[in-house]
Write a protein that binds this ligand. Structure first.
Ligand code: ZN
Length: 199
């Protein structure tokens, strides 16, 4: 079996995000790039997280050719592959439907720069990628465009969130940070406050 260490990390972080409530039922997906081979280890499509084992993860090329695994890769593999192609420094991609951040994605509103940590974590505000049918190549191209050359998080209109990192760990951290920042922003608005921005 290829990439035992990567599989271990991908599975551990997947189960963690499920337990933390950022992944629900079978929604959300996560991948990590093997730098040397350029292959992607990704979660399988529509498979219960609590039953998932290391061998259930799927190894694909950036063009979607399956190299190893019995299950189908995540239906959003094109999103992951497009990001790895566009941003060569990226090693980990996380896609969630976490509710506070996704609420902003439903309103097609970016998450403005309201917290000091957002500058470091995401490179500033979090943009919104245009709506695209889930699983389509446009999900990937829209996210790549929204992320540009520097951003590490984007909302996906009427869908969810994508975070990326130079390590999988950083991409996972950012998935938590986006949800927290969206929660703070929502709370400020819902209590009649006026958020202050510094971008
Ligand atoms: Zn999704």
């Amino acid at each position: 079996m290829k990439f035992p260490e990567i599989r271990k990390e991908v599975l551990a972080r997947t189960v963690e995000l499920y337990k933390a409530g950022l992944f629900t039922v079978t929604s959300g997906n996560l991948s990590m790039l093997d730098e040397e081979s350029g292959l992607i280890v990704i979660t399988p499509s529509s498979y219960p997280y609590m039953l998932m084992k290391e061998e259930d993860l799927v190894v694909i090329t950036k063009d979607g050719e399956k190299i190893e695994g019995d299950l189908r890769p995540s239906s959003e593999w094109k999103l992951h592959a497009a990001i790895y192609k566009a941003r060569p420094e990226i090693r980990g991609v996380v896609h969630t439907h976490s509710p506070y951040a996704t609420s902003l994605a439903v309103k097609r509103e970016p998450l403005p720069l309201i917290l000091a940590e957002m500058q470091y974590a995401f490179g500033g505000s979090v943009p919104v990628a245009p709506f695209a049918r889930p699983g389509s190549p446009e999900v990937g191209s829209g996210a790549v465009e929204a992320l540009g050359e520097k951003k590490t998080a984007a909302l996906m209109a009427n869908h969810g969130v994508v975070t990326i990192g130079e390590t999988l760990s950083k991409a996972v951290d950012r998935a938590y940070y986006v949800e927290d920042a969206a929660k703070v922003y929502t709370y400020v608005l819902s209590t009649g406050g006026t958020p202050t921005y510094f971008e």
